[in-house]
Design a protein around this ligand. Structure first.
Ligand SMILES: Nc1ncnc2c1ncn2[C@@H]1O[C@H](COP(=O)(O)OP(=O)(O)OP(=O)(O)O)[C@@H](O)[C@H]1O
Ligand SMILES: [Mg+2]
Length: 347
């Protein structure tokens, strides 16, 4: 009887939806922790079989949004739906549709790879031979079939992450949610994980939402939502977002007062300039010629310069008026993250 009702409800829900319903629809979502606003009216949609990225610096609201989507938290206002089900009203239905990989470790190190997956399967009502078959399938999918009987504590960080991912995929979810899944992984393991996510999208048509604070990971997404202090500051494909920057990006390090020099460049060349951390930033077509002219016009005033193609950080700067990483973040970054830090080092 219960099955019939749910089948009927499912049919009604499907009939009520447009031809290609959004996998995730977030509508004017607000979340406050006491008096701090972590999400300030966010709206966007994730489409079927899309690899969608949520990019934002520390404290921008990524995990808050992740918790709401994975039904762990109810928003202060607005709503989020997954395949048409409201995450606050119908959390059990939503959970059946999603696989979740949290940033914090959720595997049991004292169990084997197989046992971890066995316990996860039981949580989703899988049993016996069917569960056994699915575990072997998943272990081979994540490249750990030959390590099934070994304790997870003997695995490398990357292998442990793959077991986390396997747990999230065990019950065949159509949507996978991952919160900063590559934290602590070396570049090779990061690349493997992203290739695996793309494979899930392409071969199994799984939709994926992944949070990150790394620009080069965001570049791998089909579409992106960029968050800053609880606000959605940009939405689109990486190419679309970067194409809003006209021409190249010129950075000039002033020998003396950057503010003063920027003003003089502005007056002389009639360009917009931005000064960030004593560096002058200019968006300009034909930048190489322009830079030569500037250096000739202001001899001895420019200590260093660079010209580069627009990057996602330039989009962030344009939309927010500040850099993705502030000075405090830079001192707090561990060496792992530093290697992929997007500003000065990329130029
Ligand atoms: N349990 C909580 N109680 C109070 N404030 C919180 C809580 N969790 C998060 N916040 C605040 O909400 C804001 C958004 O935090 P959130 O964890 O969503 O950011 P994030 O983008 O995931 O950051 P990170 O990149 O550091 O993981 C921050 O100002 C944070 O201090
Ligand atoms: Mg977070």
């Amino acid at each position: 009887m219960a099955t019939k009702v749910s089948t009927f409800d499912d049919a009604v829900a499907i009939a009520a939806q447009p031809a290609t319903p959004a996998v995730i629809a977030v509508e004017n979502l607000v979340h406050r922790y006491e008096n701090r606003t972590a999400l300030n009216g966010i709206s966007f949609e994730v489409r079927p079989a899309e690899l969608f990225g949520l990019l934002g610096p520390n404290g921008s609201g990524k995990t808050t949004l992740f918790r709401i989507l994975s039904t762990l938290m109810i928003p202060s206002s607005g709503r989020a739906t997954i395949l048409g089900y409201d995450t606050a009203q119908e959390p059990a239905r939503v959970r059946r549709q999603i696989g979740v990989v949290f940033q914090a470790q959720s595997i049991d190190l004292k169990l084997t790879a197989y046992e971890n997956l066995w316990h996860q399967g039981h949580l989703y009502g899988l049993r016996g031979a069917a569960l056994n078959k699915r575990i072997l399938e998943i272990l081979s999918r994540v490249g750990l079939a030959d390590r099934a009987k070994e304790l997870v504590e003997t695995f490398s960080g990357g292998m442990q992450r793959r077991i986390e991912l396997g747990k999230g995929l065990l019950h065949h979810p159509g949507l996978l949610l991952l919160d900063e899944p590559t934290t602590g992984l070396d570049p090779g393991a990061r690349r493997d994980l992203w290739q695996y996510l793309a494979m899930l999208r392409d071969e199994e048509h799984v939709s994926v939402l992944v949070t990150t604070h790394l620009m080069e990971e965001a570049e791998r997404c089909d579409r992106l939502a960029i968050l800053n202090e609880g606000n959605l500051v940009a939405l689109g494909t990486p190419t679309e977002l970067k194409s809003e920057i006209g021409g190249d990006v010129v950075l000039l390090d002033a020998a003396h007062d950057a503010g003063l020099l920027a003003e003089r460049i502005r007056a002389r060349f009639r360009v917009d300039t931005t000064v960030l951390e004593n560096q002058i930033r200019i968006e300009r077509e034909g930048a190489h010629r322009f830079v030569t002219e500037v250096v000739e016009a202001f001899p001895g005033e420019i200590e260093a310069m660079s010209v580069s193609k627009p990057a996602l950080e330039d989009v962030f700067i344009r939309r927010t008026g500040h850099k993705f990483w502030n000075e405090k973040d830079e001192t707090e970054l561990n060496s792992n993250d530093r290697s992929s830090k997007p500003n000065k080092s990329r130029r």
